[in-house]
Structure formats: C-alpha cells, structure tokens
Design a protein around this ligand. Structure first.
Ligand SMILES: [Zn+2]
Length: 529
C-alpha cells in the first residue's frame, strides 16, 4: 500500500468519525460495532493529536439486589473471553471498568422487604456477584464504579446538561433530559432508525417508550434525577433532594474512566440494554461533550434463553438457575464457558443439559490430546516422521484469525477440536512436536479462560476429600457399633453389641447426618459403598 493511499485512508477515517482513526494494519482485531452495524478494525482513540496509550472500556454492570443467575453470568463470561482476546492480540493495556448500580428502586424495595438499609443490601449482593464470577473464572474489572460513591460527579454532569439547555427541572424537583433539544438522539431507537421513523422523526420522538410522566415536555424525555419520595435514600442537589436516574450513572462513570476525554474506545452490555438504556446514555453523553461519536465500538452481548421456551433467563420470569445451584448440581465453570463460546457472542444462547454434555466431550478431547503430548514428552519417538510442527503452526494461525475476526469463538473451538483429533491419532510424537503442541493447547485454553489443569486437579481433590470423609464416617461407625473390638478378636454377644450401640447412639446419628448431607449435594465423585 502506497504512502499516499495510507494518508487518504487516514483522512477519510478521521473525517468520517472525528476523534477516532481507523488502523490500517491487516492483522488488527476486528469488532462488530452495533452503532454502525458493521465489522470494523479496533479503532484508535485520539487525544491531543496522538493515540491514547490505553484502551478505555466501560461495561454496564449489575443492579445489586438479588442472587446472580446464569443469565447474568453468561454475559460476563462472554465479555471476559472478548477481553482476554483483546489483551492477548494487541499491545495496549486495557482499562476495563464495570458500573455497579447500588441505588435503585429494586434495591429500595428489597431493603424494605428485608428490613435492612439500602447500602447494606447492595454490599451483600455486590460481594456475592463478584464471588460467583470468580468461581466462573471471570477476571475482576480493573475499576469498579458505584453510584453511591459518585453522587457529586453525577450532579455536576446533570448541571452541565441543564446549563447547555439539554435538560430541565420540573415543578416537583425532577430533572428530565430534553430529547427535542438534541438532534442526534435515538441512535439505538428501533423506530427512529426505521425508514418510517426517519421520515417522521418529530412524531416518533414524541411517543413514549416508558410510562408517561405528566411533568415531561416530550413523551420520550427521560429522568436524570428523581425527586425524593417519602423516606427513601436521597442526596441534596441544587434543584432539590433526590437520587440519580438510571441512565445518567453510566454516562458519568465513563467520564471518570476517560478523565473528561470525550471518547471512550469500547462500551459493552447485554443486548437488552440497547434500548432505551444505551440509547439514552449516548444521547446525554454526546450532548454533554458536544460530539457525535462518543463511543468507538458498542458491543452487545446476546441473552441466555431457556432451551424449551426460548425465553430470556430472568428473575422476573422466574425461569433462572442461580450460579450456586449450577455449580453444585449442573456442571463446572469450564463446561459453562465452553457452552458460551460455542455460540456467536452476539446471539442468544440456549441453556440446556445437552449442550453441557457437548462441552464435557470437548474438554475430554482436549484432556486426551494433552495426555498424548505429556506421554510423548516422557517417551518421545526417535524414529524419523513428518514433523507435527506444521500442523501446530497452521492451527495456531487459524485460531488467531478466528478470534481476531470479531471474536469468532465457535470457529476457534472448531480449530482446537480438529487439532485435538489429529493429536489423538498420534501414538507418540517427537520431543519438539510434543512440546510445541502442548504449549499451543495450554495457551489457547488460557486465552479462552478455560482452567483445564485446575479443573482436573479440583476433580481429583474432590474425589480424594470425599474418599477420606467416607473412610472417617465408616471408622467412627465401626467404633460406635463395637465392630472394631470384634475385628481385634474380642468376642461380644448380641446383647453386648446392642448395649454398645445404644451407648453410642449420638455418634451413629451424626454419621447418618453426614451421609444424608453429602448425598443431598449430588456430587459426581461421591459413592457411599
Ligand atoms: Zn449502563
């Protein structure tokens, strides 16, 4: 490519999306951008004429009022996989921030129900959320941003929108965003984006996506600040006491991450947040920064649905499986992750036991392929054979290409599956081939966040622990029944044995209790023979 062509491409890019320059390398990570509805190379984020040294990424996080279920978890597992790929295949550090909604109607209701303070409820469920994600090998965010820690920042953000005449204060102290004041509003509004919507913009802007509030100027205006009602949690603000609306928190959190810079490289969240939440976030942030391209790439993650009805797994529909229940009774962290990777991250993901079985088979294939490598490392072949290295190189290239092409995880898994099949056909490999194959498999697993080794050792530990518990219970039982005395040669009559058992009935009850408890856990490695 000539220098002139490069310059022309740069100019075209910089004119098209002011603030972001598209890279021209052919080996860049490409991402589907929900905003432009096209796959684009990972963009540069220009600050004072030079590329920002970090990738700034904000993800909407949980509202912490209840147990985390697989619907939430799958969204963060899929984001974790994307984050690992970006970190592995490009040079810049990624700053991944997660917003936590710890002030919300649902938390207020839950606190009233439990008779606790809102902050207390939020702290309990936030710690449960991150604990569950850790069990699923989802790496913690670099930054956690909470509403309650950022009220002054949010108030300043709202004040700036009022000053720019993009927001107005109502009679009762609510603050609303004035959708008609901002011509770029509605980037994710499905109706405004339609042909009919473009032709009748004003008419559609006046309709309401949510409940109509009598103090709104336009039906599509949304709350930035909610005036205090009764005794619920509130903070003082220049226009009256109250609390922030939902959408404004994410916009002001992003301002924390970018330190006031008007461009965020990546914004992500579940597809169900696209409208109205992300639509309104874009609207208020672009109005605040006076830019029409606040976000470089908007990534939307598909929902987890139930395989029988196709409904989204959610608390309100009552069709959810908690992470705790899943890990105790259904499967492992790796199995869930493979199931997430088997579908395009943008698509819905159907949860089923059959799907978990397929994931289990894949993990078994990988373990067998690794065993071929490990055995060959112990006893490599010395005979001349075609080098396996070319196959490793080919698969490694295909694996990277799949991941860099909008995180094509299903295709990357196919490459690994194919590689494992070829390895399993080998009896033993030359030392160098075994070493490089093992290295490729382990690094690929690491890139995808699959903890193959710890999975194996956890299963082995679980088995060993249960065997020991079983042995201990049998030994205590034998002592309580006098069987140990008999085994040592002491002759005891039936009456004497009955007396010993009666004396030790408390021990026997405890033994039964342990047995029932372990059985109730349905552990795969448990046998009480
Ligand atoms: Zn958000």
């Amino acid at each position: 490519m000539s220098i002139l062509t490069r310059i022309l491409i740069r100019q075209r890019c910089s004119l098209g999306r002011l603030g972001f320059l598209r890279p021209i390398s052919a080996n860049q990570i490409k991402i589907y951008n929900s905003l432009t509805e096209s796959v684009e190379p990972l963009c540069k984020n220009v600050i004072n004429g030079s590329d920002m040294p970090v990738i700034t990424w904000y993800s909407c996080g949980p509202t912490v009022y209840d147990d985390i279920h697989l619907g939430h978890a799958s969204c963060y597992i899929r984001q974790d996989c994307i984050r690992r790929v970006i970190e592995r295949f490009q040079e810049k550090p990624v700053v991944y921030a997660l917003g936590v909604t710890d002030v919300d109607d649902k938390i207020i209701k839950r606190a009233m129900y439990l008779g606790k303070k809102e902050k207390e409820v939020a702290t309990i469920y936030e710690s449960q959320f991150f604990g569950a994600l850790e069990q699923l090998n989802v790496r913690p965010p670099d930054v956690i941003i909470r509403v309650s820690d950022n009220i002054p920042k949010i108030i300043n953000f709202i004040q700036s929108l009022i000053d720019k005449q993009h927001a107005y204060v109502s009679k009762s102290g609510n603050v609303f965003f004035d959708v008609q004041s901002y011509p770029g509003a509605g980037k994710f509004d499905p109706i405004l984006k339609s042909k009919l919507g473009k032709e009748n913009r004003k008419r559609f802007a006046e309709r309401s996506p949510t409940k109509f509030h009598p103090e709104k100027k336009n039906r599509s205006d949304f709350a930035l600040w909610k005036a205090k009602i009764d005794e619920e949690v509130s903070w003082p603000a220049p226009w009256g006491e109250g609390r922030p609306g939902w959408h404004i928190e994410c916009s002001s959190f992003c301002d924390v991450i970018t330190s006031g810079h008007p461009h965020l490289t990546i914004h992500s969240g579940g597809v169900d947040l696209k409208f109205p939440h992300h639509n309104n976030e874009l609207c208020q942030s672009e109005a605040y920064y006076c830019t029409d391209n606040w976000v470089g790439h908007f990534i939307h993650i598909g929902s987890l649905v139930t395989s029988d009805t196709g409904e989204k797994m959610s608390k309100s529909l009552g069709n959810f499986i908690s992470v705790e229940d899943y890990l105790t009774n259904h499967g492992t962290s790796d199995e869930l992750r493979i199931s997430c990777l088997r579908r395009d991250y943008k698509s819905s993901l159907a949860y089923s036991r059959d799907d978990l079985s397929h994931s289990r088979i894949f993990l078994k294939e990988v373990a067998e392929a690794l065993a071929v490598c490990e055995n060959s490392l112990k006893a490599p072949t010395v005979e001349y054979a075609d080098s396996f290295y070319k196959i490793v190189e080919d698969c490694s290239r295909k694996f990277e290409t799949a991941l860099c092409s909008d995180f094509n995880f299903p295709s990357a898994l196919d490459v690994l599956s194919d590689f494992c099949s070829q390895l399993r056909l080998q009896r033993n490999l030359r030392l160098s081939d075994a070493a490089v194959s093992r290295q490729f498999l382990l690094s690929s697993m690491d890139t995808l966040g699959i903890q193959l080794s710890s999975e194996r050792s956890m299963a082995a530990n679980e088995k060993a622990l249960l065997a020991e518990l079983n042995r201990f219970r049998s030994a205590v039982r034998d002592i309580a029944l006098g069987k140990n005395l008999q085994n040592n040669g002491t002759k005891l009559s039936k009456v004497e044995l009955k007396e010993i058992a009666a004396r030790n009935s408390d021990f026997l009850d405890e033994c039964d209790r342990v047995r029932s408890y372990v059985k109730s856990l349905s552990l795969r490695n448990y046998s009480d023979e």
